[in-house]
Design a protein around this ligand. Structure first.
Ligand SMILES: Cc1ncc(COP(=O)(O)O)c(C=O)c1O
Length: 391
């Protein structure tokens, strides 16, 4: 018998990094030393008090059953107090907050929650690949909003044709941005909210990097814009803010209808999050935040090492104020970003991410992540500079 997947699934490629992981495992098995500057998985651990809370809760025999769907009351209250302390935003923990199994889960599921086949999504280009996979699996249509260097990698709402704006149901935004490292100020978010209100579009702001910023820059929540909750929901995550990527915990906050529909959808899909992880998440969100300053200083030093190496190698790049990435223009002589990244991986042992996986605007770019110990990053940049000199 020939097994056929659903047509929507047939068109989906495996997640880029799952394929890359296999290639790198093979190269390592051949004895090659590979330095990874590709995925966005933090290499540093969470603060000790967060781990201690996980262990303490895991020792409690009462913490091993199913957890409340949508998240424990304590975790949702912690999300609310984090939003108040960090952004000055009021979030009703009962109606405006929902726990996610990492924000990727919510990002994927929101498409099925809100879209019927043929509905139109305004998609930044470049985009985090899960937005596109989610839209494709929901059989939605997509209109690209190009993020161009000359516009500081922000979408130009005036360039969206009126009939597109009229049809659009959902718009993705993501600042600090993966993969460009761009940031957005409150004026931009105000414009986005005005645009969404005018055209009755739901904004989903994906904001896992709000606490990963450099040079004193403080990133915003879109919910700081007065009235934003009428049209916007924000996804946030403990993965990057607290170095908890493997723990799988995040949150959706904002528009009460969107939160409720997503909660209903999820209630059929998953069975919440392990209680000790939510307890530790609660500790992370409500506990001492000062350790993040030193952690960001480490990322900032790495960013500077990568930036200096890239300039030495003659690349065109800007110093990002946030997120964990440098978005680097591919010099014309290399033509093809996937080929370039493959050559650098096989010949120099440095793993970069080809920009094309983030959409058409990424075809002339590659991405470097700063989630590897600083000494290894220095070595990777030495290798990259030497490779470029000989090619
Ligand atoms: C823009 C963006 N959104 C969401 C995620 C997913 O984060 P998580 O599912 O770990 O919360 C990532 C991870 O790299 C990301 O870069």
């Amino acid at each position: 018998m020939k097994i056929q997947p659903a047509k929507t699934v047939e068109q989906i490629k495996p997640y880029y990094f799952s394929t890359l992981n296999k290639t790198i495992a093979e190269l390592k098995a051949q004895g090659k030393d590979i330095i990874r500057l590709d995925m966005g998985s933090p290499d540093l651990p969470p603060a000790q008090f967060i781990i201690d809370q996980l262990v303490e809760s895991a020792r409690n025999p009462k913490k091993h059953g199913y957890s409340p769907l949508g998240g424990s009351a304590e975790f949702l209250r912690a999300v609310s107090s984090y939003y108040k302390n960090r952004f000055g935003v009021d979030i009703d923990p009962k109606n405006e907050a929902l726990a996610l199994i990492g924000s990727k889960e919510g990002i994927f599921n929101i498409h099925h929650t809100l879209l019927d086949p043929g509905d139109l999504v305004l998609m930044p280009d470049p985009y985090y690949p899960v937005y596109m996979a989610g839209a494709e699996l929901a059989s939605a249509r997509v209109h690209f909003m190009p993020l161009r260097k000359e516009n500081a990698f922000l979408p130009d709402f005036d360039a969206i044709p009126a009939e597109v704006a009229q049809q659009a149901k959902l718009m993705w935004l993501n600042y600090p941005n993966n993969p460009t490292g761009a940031v957005a100020d409150l004026d931009f978010f105000q414009k986005a909210v005005d645009f969404a209100m005018r055209h009755e579009i739901i904004i989903v702001h994906d904001a896992p990097y709000t606490d990963l910023t450099f040079d004193g820059y403080v990133a915003h929540s879109i919910l700081e814009v007065p009235g934003a909750k009428e049209v916007a929901v924000e996804f946030n995550s403990l993965s990057k803010t607290y170095n908890m990527a493997g723990w799988r915990i995040g949150m959706a906050v904002g528009n009460t209808d969107v939160v409720r529909y997503l909660a209903t959808y999820k209630s059929q899909m998953d069975s919440s999050i392990f209680a000790p992880i939510m307890d530790a998440g609660t500790a992370a969100l409500t506990g001492d935040q000062s350790w993040l300053v030193e952690r960001n200083q480490i990322y900032q030093e790495r960013r500077d090492v990568v930036f200096a190496g890239l300039i030495e190698a003659g690349f065109e790049v800007e110093k990002p104020k946030g997120a964990l990435y440098l978005w680097v223009r591919l010099p014309e002589k290399y033509h093809d970003t996937a080929q370039f990244c493959s050559d650098v991986l096989h010949e120099a042992g440095v793993s970069l991410t080809p920009g094309e996986i983030y959409g058409p605007q990424g075809e002339d770019y590659f991405r470097i992540s700063i989630i590897t110990p600083t000494e290894q990053i220095k070595e990777a940049m030495r290798r990259l500079v030497a490779w470029v000199e000989s090619h």
